[in-house]
Ligand binder design. Structure first.
Ligand SMILES: C[S@@+](CC[C@H](N)C(=O)[O-])C[C@H]1O[C@@H](n2cnc3c(N)ncnc32)[C@H](O)[C@@H]1O
Ligand code: SF4
Length: 374
């Protein structure tokens, strides 16, 4: 089983910190949708497996009208074999989720919403240059729930320069009080070419403070665990039965195909990524030119990537998976490094899995890099 990712490369305005691919000009939205549909047709044989998840990410997919979204889903349905209980997620910004939009989404095949709330304090939203107000975020969550959308995820950010410990506790409490099924919490990072990067370079705004961020991460994991959430990936927490099937499939090395500018695809032996430029993407798709780069994935790269993604999840590194998928040299290298860390308080071993403790997940990338084979 495999997944489909669709990148919608438009946003109303640029958030201070964000370097994802998007354009704030919507003038070629219709041309983009046209090209996207052509790409779906051109690359329909990339995967030959039933599809269990579709994920509209961005950018801001909720900027598309219902008609545009459903015509894409309709095309995917005609082009691929979709499983009956398919998960279809839409990333949505609260300012797009008015009553009519939510009503129509509730009646559509989209069965999971990932709402970009970020904070329940207006001063943080202003600093981030978000297009929505706190009241719109609360309205969008409550209305979606009332209309029967029962698989809602909310995104929050911690590590913000002006986010106090108390405010962070309150943000988490809001999630609990609103009885949401899934939360993705991202630690603020300074990305090049963003307004935030510029501010940090000029000394106008401080960079995130590592100690504050890690305290906020600890508060997060502790509070959500107490309230029935499972911490199943470094940034992701779910009530029982509400993991994101789509994102989990990335972390479990399943195949996926990505359509739209900047979208990535993966089929075990290679990874490819589309050009991150709307104009170039549309032109190339229409004229039959190549619009992606590709790299072959050798066994060592696959091993390093497996270690990196697995240590971020609650499933950790699996002894049987290692033995079945990698050669003896890589497997014995892994155990050699593991032996040097056997007394580390960050690593747990239970039956076939080697995984990081909750707090150590924040250090996952550093710990994983010790296991990389170079
Ligand atoms: C790229 S957005 C796409 C979805 C939607 N446009 C939104 O804003 O929610 C996905 C998530 O990435 C987060 N994100 C983007 N850049 C980030 C950064 N530098 N640090 C932390 N989180 C970031 C966003 O805040 C958002 O929650
Ligand atoms: S965080 Fe979301 S809304 Fe903001 S610029 Fe990035 S993709 Fe667009």
């Amino acid at each position: 089983l495999a997944g489909i990712y669709i990148h919608i490369p438009f946003c109303k305005q640029a958030c201070t910190y964000c370097d994802f691919h998007f354009s704030t000009s919507l003038s070629n939205k219709a041309n983009f949708i046209d090209a996207l549909k052509k790409e779906i047709f051109q690359r329909k044989n990339y995967l030959n497996e039933p599809i269990e998840t579709i994920y509209f990410g961005g950018g801001t997919p909720s900027l598309l009208s219902e008609k545009e979204l459903y015509s894409i889903i309709d095309l995917l349905d005609k082009t691929f074999e979709l499983v009956d209980d398919i998960e279809i997620t839409l990333e949505a910004n609260p300012d797009d989720l008015n009553g009519d939009k939510i009503k129509s989404l509730a009646l559509s095949p989209i069965n999971r919403l990932s709402i970009g709330v970020q904070s329940f304090y207006q001063k943080h939203l202003d600093w981030m240059n978000r297009a929505h107000k706190v009241e719109e975020a609360i309205f969008s969550i409550e209305k979606s729930k009332n209309l029967g959308l029962d698989n809602i995820s909310v995104d929050l950010i911690y590590g913000l320069p002006e986010l106090s410990e108390k405010e962070w506790e309150n943000n988490i409490q809001h999630i609990i009080d609103l009885d949401i099924q899934h939360v993705s919490c991202y630690c603020l990072t300074v990305e090049e070419k963003t307004a935030y990067h510029h501010q940090v370079k000029k000394g106008i705004t401080p960079a995130p403070d590592d100690d504050e961020s890690s305290n906020q991460f600890k508060t997060l994991t502790k509070t959500l665990a107490k309230n029935g959430f499972e911490h199943y990936e470094i940034s992701n927490f779910a009530q029982p039965g509400f993991y994101s099937k789509h994102n989990t499939s990335y972390w479990q090395q399943k195949n996926y195909v990505g359509f739209g500018p900047s979208a990535h695809s993966f089929n075990q032996v290679s990874r490819q990524w589309n050009v991150s430029n709307n104009h170039q993407y549309i032109l190339s798709v229409n004229s039959g030119k190549e619009y992606f780069d590709r790299e072959n994935i050798d066994e060592v790269t696959r091993y390093n990537e497996y270690i990196l993604t697995s240590f971020r999840t609650k499933w950790g590194v699996n002894k049987k998976y290692l033995a079945h998928h990698f050669n003896d040299e890589l497997v014995s290298y892994f155990y050699r490094i593991l032996n040097t860390k056997i007394n580390s308080e960050n690593i747990n071993i239970f039956e076939d899995t080697i995984y990081l403790t909750d707090y150590a997940k924040l250090l996952a990338d550093r710990i994983a890099s010790d296991f990389f084979y170079v």
